[in-house]
Design a protein around this ligand. Structure first.
Ligand SMILES: Nc1ncnc2c1ncn2[C@@H]1O[C@H](COP(=O)(O)OP(=O)(O)OP(=O)(O)O)[C@@H](O)[C@H]1O
Ligand SMILES: [Mg+2]
Length: 166
């Protein structure tokens, strides 16, 4: 996994209103004091790009759930964000234990959260279904013993277009 300095931001003005932005943040497994930081940076970036508030909200709900899952269930991870004129792509990948059965993990209420994680208010088993509801497209790849990769796609110019790419 590449090690990237947190908060590296590149912005290129492509033409007129179209901007392309790429940034990456490390996510530290087990560190709840920083949980949500990467997602808050996504929110900031989308605000500077004047993205519709409803799209920002759905994006941040989905990325926050994925980020907290790395903190709660996995080891080191990374959030990689690419925004262009039509799409927001967020990839959250980790080197954690992976998910044995993704379909089962998607079921509302399913959770393997530890008692420590539950004591902090997480572990209702609602994160993945919340991601599914809010993302225009959600793709999860996981290899037990190796890690998990979650891809969230959001359409900036209408939800239907990205949905139809599924
Ligand atoms: N990145 C990950 N690495 C390993 N396991 C994961 C990961 N993300 C999710 N899981 C597994 O999928 C289950 C369901 O995840 P989900 O986010 O829906 O619920 P939760 O994290 O347990 O609780 P909540 O999100 O409601 O606080 C988790 O309990 C865990 O077993
Ligand atoms: Mg969760």
């Amino acid at each position: 996994m590449r090690i990237v300095v947190p908060g590296r931001v590149e912005t290129h003005i492509l033409s007129g209103m179209t901007e392309r932005m790429h940034f990456e943040h490390n996510i530290v497994g087990g560190d709840f004091t920083r949980a949500g930081y990467a997602s808050s940076q996504v929110k900031k970036a989308l605000k500077t790009l004047d993205v519709d508030m409803a799209i920002i909200k759905r994006t941040v709900v989905a990325t926050y759930e994925a980020e907290v899952n790395v903190v709660a269930h996995a080891c080191n991870g990374m959030m990689i964000v690419d925004i262009d004129g039509s799409t927001i792509q967020v990839v959250i990948q980790d080197e954690g234990p992976g998910i044995e059965d993704v379909e089962q993990a998607m079921v509302e209420g399913f959770s393997t959260a530890s008692s420590e994680v539950r004591e902090m208010g997480f572990g209702a088993g609602m994160g993945l279904s919340n991601m599914k509801k809010n993302a225009d497209s959600l793709h999860i790849e996981s290899e037990p013993g190796k890690g998990t990769k979650v891809e969230i796609l959001m359409a900036l110019d209408g939800r239907e277009e990205v949905r139809s790419k599924k």
